[in-house]
Write a protein of this length. Structure first.
Length: 135
């Protein structure tokens, strides 16, 4: 059993994704703790912007979302992200938890599906700035 667990853990970790992950291109961020799950093709890291801690995860855009742009809005709606904000990197969908003030954001850029979870709320203009700096 221990070998099976170890094999599963090692098989899902690869050194780097086959795609170029999006990362912020400015000094106000502090990217840390990057990891990649090759089984799910999921690249994840922690960041901080304007004293707000965030976890960013991204993966190649699934085929069903690639062929139907409206499906991204449906996905966002399914996680409660109903507020749509336009950015130069595509529309971002934001969900704010009224109790904890945390936020979840969904955006598609460069054929990557990106999810961002924040430790507290940010203004829409801060979200636009952050998302537009993901390169």
């Amino acid at each position: 059993r221990a070998n099976k667990v170890r094999d599963m853990a090692s098989s899902s970790k690869a050194i780097a994704p086959a795609y170029a992950p999006l990362k912020p291109d400015f000094d106000k961020s502090t990217v840390a703790g990057a990891s990649f799950d090759s089984k799910r093709q999921l690249y994840k890291y922690d960041d901080q912007y304007n004293d707000v801690k965030m976890t960013i995860s991204q993966q190649p855009l699934p085929d069903n979302l690639r062929s139907n742009p409206d499906a991204v809005a449906g996905l966002a709606k399914s996680i409660g992200a109903n507020e749509k904000v336009a950015t130069t990197n595509g529309d971002a969908f934001i969900s704010t938890d009224d109790k904890t003030a945390t936020q979840r954001v969904v955006v598609v850029h460069r054929q990557l599906l990106v999810f961002i979870q924040s430790s507290r709320s940010m203004s829409n203009s801060d979200w636009v700035t952050y998302i537009q700096r993901l390169q």
